[in-house]
Design a protein around this ligand. Structure first.
Ligand code: G4P
Ligand code: MG
Length: 177
């Protein structure tokens, strides 16, 4: 069975503050974020406290199709910036998501956005899972991660049915992570 880990909103807020520091000391000044929904929405909003730049959004859905040894995962656009707003043309944009897992979603979104007339493109993730990646980050993309984590299933507070129970599980498992 896959191991699970829980993070609280407070844990996440602290990591995002550190992530913002890494972005700010990285040399590129970003003009706007593009959050990848749904997981990137809350991280982008918290990052905005520190980066003070506007948030745009795209939403994708991931369909994992496992056929024995063959996989053909599919990403679909649910909502997109189509066309890209004039205000973003020629600007530095920071794509935000909660987790760098297989990188399949990130590769898809970054490849699509690289077709547009942006200056620099960066990608910032809250959690970077240490594992073999199926997707490839396109050339020329700046990469920032809040923290590296083991390849365990992460339970995010925004998915919690009972946030008190979630926080208790986070406290119980905090020594392991
Ligand atoms: P990546 O490119 O960012 O690595 O993402 P990948 O395609 O591998 O992820 C597919 C979906 O699985 C994404 O959801 C991602 O958020 C979710 N995911 C991957 N690992 C974890 C994890 O440990 N915990 C949780 N809770 N989710 C995980 P999505 O299709 O974009 O849906 P949404 O939840 O963002 O709306
Ligand atoms: Mg997601």
């Amino acid at each position: 069975m896959i191991k699970k880990i829980w993070y609280t909103y407070d844990d996440i807020h602290r990591v995002l503050k550190e992530l913002a520091g890494k972005i700010q000391s990285g040399g590129v000044k970003y003009d706007a974020m593009i959050a990848i929904g749904g997981g990137g929405f809350i991280p982008a909003r918290i990052l905005r406290c520190f980066l003070n730049i506007p948030i745009y959004a795209v939403t994708t859905a991931y369909y994992a199709n496992d056929f024995g040894y063959q996989t053909n995962d599919e990403i679909k656009k649910i909502q997109w910036l189509d066309p890209i707003p004039e205000s973003l043309i020629g600007k530095n944009i920071l794509v935000v998501d909660e987790v760098d897992d297989s990188r399949v979603t990130l590769e898809f979104v970054l490849n699509e956005l690289q077709k547009e007339k942006f200056a620099e493109i960066g990608v910032a993730v809250l959690h970077e899972k240490i594992k073999e990646k199926k997707g490839i980050l396109p050339q020329g993309i700046h990469y920032y991660s809040g923290m590296t984590v083991k390849d365990w299933w992460i339970n995010y507070p925004w998915d919690a049915d009972d946030i008190t129970a979630h926080n208790m599980l986070a406290a119980e498992s905090s020594a392991e992570r």
